[in-house]
Design a binder for this molecule. Structure first.
Ligand SMILES: *Cc1c(COP(=O)(O)O)cnc(C)c1O
Length: 249
């Protein structure tokens, strides 16, 4: 097991600024240790928490290093940056799972429907309809999370907590999509109590939807700076960039 080079108070964690290949493997190891520790503290099985490595803006070489370290799920948010990497890696590593986590304009849906396995950032029915229509028949349905604006700020993206039920009902009917869960990006804060309060809101919505008969199994919440709070509130998938690959330039 690789020992952390600095003391790891998770609440004050900040990624090293310079990463080389071995540091990516070490980053994955450290994040996995954080997942295990946070799950334990919350009396949860760490197996229930998927690590999604956010490889946006990173070169293909970094993704290959992460694959060598055992990583299988990768998240991208810039289509133009993602497609060449996916095309280059897909044949060689068919078991990789690609997640789209960026904002979606209508003219991007076709490429997303053809190249990704998951989309975490659905906030409008129009986009969901296009993805369903454009999802190739030979592929599994596209796995979907609805992005919820948990902080209710006018400037933030995501469907409101009020409108999420109606959107979920409509998306449930789309044949080439499978609704799996909810996703949120709360306002950034270092205050653990505030982090937890935001994630608890998303978890409550998730419970309400499941009480209404939706069989959701995915709570996509938690990033490098707040993954412990997210896991404490029931996250099943953490989206981690910096803590694996280093600071983005
Ligand atoms: C960039 C990004 C992340 C990863 O953030 P880090 O702070 O680098 O861990 C997670 N989710 C989304 C939607 C992102 O755009």
């Amino acid at each position: 097991m690789i020992q952390p080079s600095t003391s790891l108070n998770p609440l004050q964690y900040s990624a090293p600024t310079e990463f080389d290949m071995s540091n990516i493997a070490q980053g994955i190891e450290l994040v996995q240790q954080r997942i295990v520790a946070a799950a334990k503290a919350a009396n949860r099985d760490p197996i229930a928490i998927t690590l999604l490595a956010i490889s946006k803006t990173r070169p293909e070489e970094d993704i290959r290093t992460a694959i060598s370290a055992g990583q299988r799920h990768f998240g991208e948010n810039y289509l133009q940056d993602a497609l060449p990497k996916i095309d280059s890696l897909r044949d060689e590593f068919p078991a990789l799972c690609w997640h789209f986590i960026g904002a979606i304009q209508s003219n991007k849906t076709n490429d997303i429907a053809q190249h990704f396995d998951w989309v975490h950032t659905i906030e409008r029915l129009k986009i969901a309809r296009r993805l369903s229509e454009q999802r190739p028949e030979g592929l599994e349905p596209l796995q979907i999370c609805l992005q919820v604006n948990i902080s209710d700020e006018a400037s933030k993206s995501g469907v409101t907590s009020k409108d999420v039920f109606q959107l979920a009902e409509a998306i449930r009917e789309l044949p080439r999509l499978r609704l799996r869960g909810l996703m949120a990006i709360p306002v950034a804060t270092n205050d653990n109590a505030l982090q937890r309060a935001a994630f608890a809101k998303l978890q409550a919505l998730f419970e309400q939807l499941n009480q209404q008969g939706f069989q959701l199994d995915t709570l996509s919440m938690g990033m490098s700076n707040d993954m412990e709070a997210a896991i404490a509130e029931g996250s099943t998938l953490v989206r981690i960039g910096k803590a694996i690959f280093g600071a983005r330039t």
